[in-house]
Write a protein that binds this ligand. Structure first.
Ligand code: NAD
Length: 495
């Protein structure tokens, strides 16, 4: 059976499908089967994509349209995506190897709901008036006072390069396309080479709804194409979602041309479980989080900071839950956890597990490949106990289904451990004392904190990183500010 959107074998540039000379096999990570041969962009196609976006910004109607007009296009794009919900989910299941429950809920429906909120909120950002002010004329200080006023407007930044990772590819691409375009920018989107079709599908639907040529351009390829986009003087902003290491490269590549840089990077987020917490609920949340896309999630809570008085039952329950997680090919709807994206990622995760054992942490369960899965890049759900926070497995983003447990005695210790990380993306606290939990949440240096598991899907909540987890925010009421800049227009009044 052919996987939806894998027929897309050209790049989407200036409203046309442009052939390439190079192609790359895209694998289903659960079966290692080739799902398609995706086009791979090169220097000349990347140059063409940038030129098209530049032209569409400098000479096209898009940046000058009213927000209402652009929102109309994006509502149509949204409706076209919603109509393809099943096809998009089928693609993600095959391209990422993500379980069906997580794919429908978190990879497709949640982001589609959130961007609708963003479209609605975008219509509130009308120009603001500067207060009328009477002041002496600096060129005629003794003369009559001058009366002045003006407006503060938000304008697009220009040409944006959106560079994205593989783990939630549809969500990450959606989170570049919608805010960048709504705000009046034009975009060159470059997805991960592991998940090219989750980006190319936007070209198919942009064409379908008649988006003006050059407003959205999609170029595939690896680091060279990303480096070209982030260093080109015609690109005004890079919005990047990916690893800390590549985020650092992007900042330095962008520096000579002083572009605006928006970075959504990795994490090693702590889940604090206080002595008064419901151990069963906390253990369920801890293990459940690891199963989300097999631990390949930036904001997952993978460091369990557990009060010493309940650490033993927490581990016991966590281990029991882990033993019930069905791992396998997510084409099977009963599978709860799929594979890692490629063999290289599986080997990297295995290296962390092996070094974790050598460093003295106690392996509670997992630790290798599932014995019954002969094909696919699978890694067992792995739990470590007796972990010290200075160990590599407690400090590095493993990006696999590996959870580490660190004990604590006092709230101050728990907060110190949670904050002893160079990352600051997310956090969590389980406690029966919600007020103390809130107070502690305020002291966790991270862009978000889930108190007692959070409150479901929150379309108004921004996400983003403190410290080395990033610069800027996605989603939330101020999302479009990332993709716009203020302009003051000042004029005299009364003459
Ligand atoms: P990655 O950093 O390896 O790659 C991301 C993108 O950058 C890809 O498109 C890649 O081709 C491109 N790239 C690589 N080198 C480049 C260079 N020198 N210049 C420009 N572009 C370059 O990330 P990944 O492995 O695909 O994704 C996983 C990472 O993404 C994890 O660290 C995860 O935490 C992070 N992530 C963060 C968020 C967030 O919102 N904070 C969300 C999802 C994923």
């Amino acid at each position: 059976m052919s996987i939806p959107f894998t027929h897309l074998d050209k790049l989407y540039i200036d409203g046309h499908w442009v052939p390439t000379t190079d192609y790359e096999a895209v694998l289903n990570p659960a079966t290692e089967a080739v799902i398609g041969h995706a086009p791979v962009g090169d220097k000349s196609t990347a140059e063409a994509a940038i030129a098209a976006a530049r032209h569409a910004f400098d000479h096209g109607p898009w940046p000058l349209m009213s927000m209402h007009e652009r929102a109309g296009y994006l509502r149509r794009l949204h409706a076209a995506l919603v109509a393809e919900r099943e096809a998009i989910a089928a693609l993600i299941i095959a391209e990422v190897g993500c379980s069906q429950g997580v794919t429908y809920g978190m990879q497709v429906d949640m982001p589609l709901g959130h961007v609708l909120t963003a479209i609605d909120q975008s219509l509130n950002g009308e120009p603001r008036q500067i207060a009328t002010h009477a002041a002496p004329n600096p060129f005629n200080p003794g003369g009559p006072l001058l009366l002045g006023g003006g407006s503060i407007e938000r304008e697009p930044i220009g040409v944006v390069a959106g560079i994205t990772g593989y783990n939630f590819p549809f969500l990450l691409n959606l989170a570049k396309v919608f805010p960048a375009l709504l705000a009046g920018n034009t975009l060159v989107l470059k997805p991960s080479p592991f998940t090219p079709y989750s980006a190319l599908l936007f070209g198919q639907l942009a064409e379908k709804i008649g988006l003006p040529a050059g407003v959205l351009n999609i170029i595939t390829g690896g680091p060279q194409i990303g480096a070209l986009l982030s260093s080109d003087p015609r690109v005004d902003m890079v919005s990047f979602t990916g690893s800390e290491a590549v985020g650092i490269s992007i900042m330095s590549q962008a520096a000579p041309t002083l572009k605006r840089v928006h970075l959504e990077l990795g994490g090693k987020s702590a889940l604090i479980v206080r002595a008064d917490a419901d151990v069963q609920t906390a253990a369920m949340a801890a293990v459940g989080g690891l199963t989300v896309n097999a631990g390949q999630g930036c904001a997952l809570l993978t460091r369990f900071v557990v009060h010493e008085s309940i650490r033993a039952p927490f581990m016991q329950i966590a281990q029991a839950i882990a033993s019930q997680i069905k791992v396998g090919d997510p084409a099977d709807p009963t599978v709860m956890m799929g594979p890692l994206i490629r063999e290289s990622q599986r080997a990297k995760v295995q290296g962390f597990i092996d070094r974790g054992r050598e460093s003295g942490a106690r392996l509670v369960c997992g630790g290798g490949r599932p014995a019954d899965l002969k094909r696919g890049f699978f890694s067992e759900l792995t739990l470590f106990d007796d972990v010290r926070n200075d160990m590599e497995i407690a400090q590095e983003e493993i990006f696999g289904p590996v959870g580490v447990t660190i004990g604590f005695e006092t709230d101050e210790q728990a907060l110190a451990i949670a904050n002893d990380s160079r990352f600051g993306l997310n956090g969590g606290i389980f406690t029966a004392d919600a007020a103390t939990g809130l107070h502690m949440a305020r002291r966790i240096r991270a862009g978000s904190v889930y108190l007692n598991g959070g409150g479901g899907q929150m379309p108004y909540a921004p996400i983003g990183g403190f410290k080395r987890s990033g610069i800027g925010r996605e989603f939330g009421p101020d999302w479009l500010k990332e993709f716009t800049q203020e302009k003051s227009i000042i004029y005299p009044i009364g003459r």
